[in-house]
Design a protein around this ligand. Structure first.
Ligand SMILES: C[S@@+](CC[C@H](N)C(=O)[O-])C[C@H]1O[C@@H](n2cnc3c(N)ncnc32)[C@H](O)[C@@H]1O
Length: 256
């Protein structure tokens, strides 16, 4: 798995914070995006599904979703969400490292949202994640994902060298970010305090390491994995061109 038990504790912060908005917003856009591609997926593989917001939203619309993630705590929260939404018959969550997926042509859409693929710290790992997605998809199926660009990762790190977040739900976390120009890896040091009741707080520490890749490297890795690039752009609708200034890029690739 990547890093040292990342999301073991930060999963609770993530699930209670604004981070989950990303998956829900992407889910809300999916009918339009899929309509544009004239694609009607029945079976979705949500890679690095996290706390399951996207997977549960898609399951609510009748699709069968398999969510995979490396973090046990994220998956516990995802299962609880599926239970509350009463979609346990349409979604299942499995603990998997996306670099070693072993599905075989059974899905017609694979997704991987937010910074998940930025956790792939080498081109080899990113290629393995794409390779696993390609094997999991039937020919003609799609892979969609978004990632921070190099510009975005540097910008984000420099803009937010230190910050503190407080949550009314009994969570305080301190973030410190640094970008290593030699390796291209951004490290986010998170020290968090979770309120455990009776005036007591439990401290946790996690270091999240992320890397971003040039557009041509991503395109090459996709092609080597058996994908045709359909779109890489500044937003999911493909309305903005990818320029040096874009912080996040959105990719759509078709399994050849
Ligand atoms: C920023 S969160 C995104 C979660 C979700 N996709 C969303 O949009 O909210 C990144 C997720 O990637 C997962 N992850 C990181 N490296 C992974 C790996 N090698 N295999 C599987 N999951 C991984 C983490 O556990 C975490 O849940």
């Amino acid at each position: 798995m990547t890093g040292n038990e990342i999301y073991a504790d930060f999963a609770d912060v993530y699930a209670k914070g604004s981070y989950t908005r990303h998956g829900r917003e992407v889910a809300a856009k999916m009918p339009e995006v899929l309509g544009h591609l004239e694609h009607r997926p029945q079976k979705i593989l949500d890679m690095c599904c996290g706390e399951g917001s996207f997977a549960v939203e898609m399951a609510k619309r009748g699709m069968r979703v398999t969510g995979v993630d490396a973090s046990e705590r994220m998956l516990e929260i995802a299962n609880a969400r599926a239970l509350i939404a009463k979609v346990t018959d349409h979604v299942r969550f499995e603990r998997r490292d996306v670099r070693v997926l072993r599905y075989d042509g059974e899905f017609d859409l694979a997704t991987c949202w937010f910074d998940s693929l930025n956790y792939m710290l080498t081109t080899d790992d990113l290629g393995k994640a794409f390779g696993g997605a390609a094997r999991a998809l039937r020919p003609g199926a799609y892979l969609m994902f978004d990632m921070q660009t190099i510009h975005g990762l540097i910008n984000h790190t420099r803009r937010h060298e230190h910050w503190i977040e407080r949550d009314s739900d009994g969570i305080v976390d301190i973030h410190r970010a640094e970008y290593d120009e030699d390796t291209g890896i951004a490290s986010l040091h998170i020290t968090g305090f979770l309120h455990v009741g009776g005036g007591k707080w439990r401290r946790f520490d996690e270091v999240h390491r992320q890397r971003a890749y040039p557009e041509d490297t991503i395109a090459r890795l996709l092609e080597e994995s058996g994908f045709e690039v359909v779109q890489s752009s500044g937003n999911l609708d493909g309305l903005a061109d990818l320029t040096m200034e874009i912080d996040r890029m959105w990719w759509v690739a078709r399994r050849a």
